[in-house]
Ligand binder design. Structure first.
Ligand SMILES: Cc1cc2nc3c(=O)[nH]c(=O)nc-3n(C[C@H](O)[C@H](O)[C@H](O)COP(=O)(O)O)c2cc1C
Length: 201
């Protein structure tokens, strides 16, 4: 993600050189040989040009399950709006896998309960990691449950904006989400999908 413009230039240079490449041996990572060479160059072409598919990534953490209920309702709303969705609990998932999925997705939604006026530590850590990678062209939102004054959703919104994500109508719910709150989650999902589709045009 952060080196995409460098990679684009390098791929162009490789094309111009017209070389038959037998092997790609990066300074770290696996060595690519034979047909693997065109596979990896093709993959880099896609990643560096920020090509994305109609997928939404929902990441969240939760203490008592309320934010998780919101994540599930949002995920269902995304499916109903015609996108694919992948949902990750941040303390049960491999972050590098989530990042790879975000790279290829159009939408990113981040959820956290409020704890001590802010977001849950795992969510803060993940957003810090993501910000350094500077993902491009994502649409998303923030959501979460709170008890009294809240704070997590505002903090997530600020982080997503600093990362360059276009944030659509963040959603907070007081304690356990009821039927109306879950309907709002579905509405948010639809709005985010609509915004991602508009951005495509
Ligand atoms: C340790 C702890 C700290 C909390 N701090 C706040 C807070 O500062 N402000 C607030 O509005 N709610 C606070 N809450 C309430 C939670 O945000 C609330 O219970 C929420 O519904 C939890 O969502 P979850 O079920 O997704 O974990 C706190 C709860 C706990 C357990």
């Amino acid at each position: 993600m952060p080196f995409s413009s460098l990679i684009t230039k390098t791929l162009k240079k490789i094309d111009e050189m017209g070389l038959a490449i037998d092997m790609v041996a990066p300074s770290h990572g696996v060595i690519w040989r034979n047909s693997g060479v065109s596979d990896i160059l093709g993959a880099y072409r896609g990643w560096s040009s920020a090509e994305s598919n109609n997928t939404a990534i929902v990441v969240y953490d939760t203490m008592w399950g309320s934010t998780e209920k919101m994540a599930s309702a949002i995920a269902q709303g995304i499916i109903d709006a015609g996108f694919e969705v992948k949902v990750y609990h941040l303390r049960k998932s491999e972050w590098s896998e989530i990042i790879r999925e975000i790279l290829e997705a159009k939408i990113l939604l981040v959820g956290s309960p409020t704890i001590n006026n802010g977001m849950f530590p795992s969510v803060g850590g993940f957003l810090t990691y993501l910000r350094g990678l500077r993902p491009k062209g994502k649409v998303g939102s923030a959501f979460g449950s709170y008890g009294w004054a809240g704070g997590a959703v505002k903090a997530i919104t600020g982080e997503l904006e600093k990362t360059g994500v276009t944030v659509i109508e963040p959603l907070s719910v007081k304690f356990v989400p009821g039927a109306n709150d879950l309907a709002e989650c579905a509405k948010l999902a639809k709005k985010v999908v609509d915004a991602a589709e508009m951005q495509e045009r």
